[in-house]
Design a protein around this ligand. Structure first.
Ligand SMILES: Cc1cc2nc3c(=O)[nH]c(=O)nc-3n(C[C@H](O)[C@H](O)[C@H](O)COP(=O)(O)OP(=O)(O)OC[C@H]3O[C@@H](n4cnc5c(N)ncnc54)[C@H](O)[C@@H]3O)c2cc1C
Length: 408
């Protein structure tokens, strides 16, 4: 059989990770990214539980660890900066609130891109304008006017996926807003941060501000969260997003005014709604979805990156194991991933809920609310970390980790 050709849309985390595994299973891979180059920035993202095993199988353990943040842990502070609670990075075997493998999103994207660029065709500054599929392939027209045919197409184009809208239906059908907005951007480290992430939460307004040292503590990544049920800012209109952030963070104490003072000169602003993507199916014929496009669990789950990495391993493995038959391959991927995705989405919802503006007790005479069921919660956390099997795919072609990853 000649090499199967796969087009992947999106070069952030899910796209390059999928490209790695598709290439290893013997496919010819093209990745198209809307942005003119790899997009820098983003907060630290974590790999926990089974996602660490996927990184190891990719041969990227050393490269990822070398690019990790050097965060010792996190503490929460009151408005005057007094420490309230402390979480260490080595708590819970390195899988806790601050994970042992914690890396800036842009740095992880760069590691994955460097690992795959030699064997994968990357096309930046373009995107799919139209596509139509038949029994044997998918005809794609790009915005640049180029037309090509692929055996399979996979959308790794994030929460606001255009491919999902094109093939599965409008975003309102799948995107569930959790009532919070998050923003991240880098600022000079004029706050005396060393290796700790510091967060101030104003429980009454459900707003928070945080700072984490990055780049050998020469800079800091700022993080803001605020509640917003009515969020309707264009996800590409950065100036409007900055205006909204200034407005919503007005009056928040601690170091907030000093952090906001850097808003106009930051190189890497990111703001988005905290939302999840819930779909009955992640494929339609020869077109599939992966990462946030298919099953965004929201930053509140701390699992978006892990799901993307695990999904990439399984999708490529299942397609190859099925002899590249789209129906069987996509079905295998969905069957293996679904309950793992659901556990992580449940954690995201619980976390977002715990940060919501406190509501008055509807029945004040009903006595204290019941204690949360800690056993059930711990079982859920375990399912979210490790509740998925990674088959070895013995007998399925594996052309090995790329030369670059082998060198790392
Ligand atoms: C710049 C940026 C900053 C981020 N910062 C954070 C953060 O601070 N905290 C956090 O928890 N999560 C952040 N995320 C999301 C996080 O990366 C994902 O939750 C997770 O890693 C899964 O990644 P993904 O590859 O599925 O989606 P994403 O990381 O969202 O990547 C989608 C990619 O597809 C590209 N794209 C979009 N539309 C098209 C199109 N039509 N054609 C081709 N390409 C397209 C985008 O430019 C992007 O590179 C950020 C994402 C980006 C792009």
């Amino acid at each position: 059989m000649s090499e199967v050709s796969v087009l992947v849309a999106g070069a952030s985390i899910a796209g390059p990770a999928l490209a790695h595994w598709l290439r290893r299973r013997g496919a010819q891979v093209t990745v198209v990214e809307r942005a003119p180059g790899l997009r820098p920035g983003g907060q630290a993202v974590d790999a926990r539980g089974v996602a660490k095993e996927v990184i190891r199988r990719m041969g990227l353990d050393a490269a990822v660890r070398a690019a990790c943040t050097d965060t010792a842990g996190a503490y929460t502070v009151d408005v005057d900066g007094n420490v309230l609670e402390t979480y260490r990075a080595d708590d819970h075997g390195g899988d806790g609130f601050i994970a042992e493998i914690e890396i800036l999103r842009g740095d992880l994207s760069q590691v994955l891109y460097d690992d795959t660029r030699a064997g994968v065709e990357y096309v930046f500054g373009d995107r799919i304008a139209e596509l139509s599929q038949d029994a044997d392939g998918v005809d794609v027209t790009f915005v640049s006017g180029v037309r090509r045919r692929f055996d399979l197409v996979v959308g790794a184009d994030g929460l606001h996926s255009s491919l999902r809208a094109m093939v599965f239906g409008p975003r309102e059908r799948f995107v569930r807003h959790l009532g919070l907005v998050l923003a991240f951007y880098s600022v000079p480290n004029e706050f005396g941060l060393d290796r700790w992430f510091i967060e101030y939460q104003d429980k009454e307004s459900a707003r928070s501000a945080g700072l984490r040292p990055i780049r050998d503590a020469t800079q800091a990544m700022a993080m803001f969260a605020f509640p917003a049920a009515d969020f309707d800012v264009d996800h590409r209109d950065v100036e409007e997003q900055k205006r909204l952030l200034r407005e919503r963070m007005g009056g928040l104490g601690w170091s907030t005014p000093r952090i906001l003072a850097h808003l106009d000169d930051t190189p890497d602003f990111y703001l988005d709604q905290v939302a999840q993507v819930v779909m009955d199916r992640w494929s339609n014929g020869r077109v599939g979805l992966i990462g946030d496009a298919a099953f965004c669990s929201s930053p509140m789950s701390g699992a978006g990156t892990g799901l993307a990495l695990v999904g990439a391993y399984l999708l490529a493995g299942e397609l190859a194991a099925a002899g590249w038959d789209p129906e069987a391959g996509f079905a295998g991927y969905e069957a293996r991933m679904r309950s793992f995705v659901e556990a992580n989405q449940e954690i995201g919802r619980l976390h977002a809920h715990s940060r919501a503006v406190p509501q008055p007790d509807p029945e004040p005479d009903a006595g204290p609310s019941p204690e949360p069921d800690m056993d059930a919660l711990m079982a859920l956390v375990d399912r979210a970390l490790n509740g998925i099997e990674l088959p070895d795919y013995t007998g399925v072609p594996d052309f090995g980790a790329s030369e670059s990853s082998a060198r790392a």
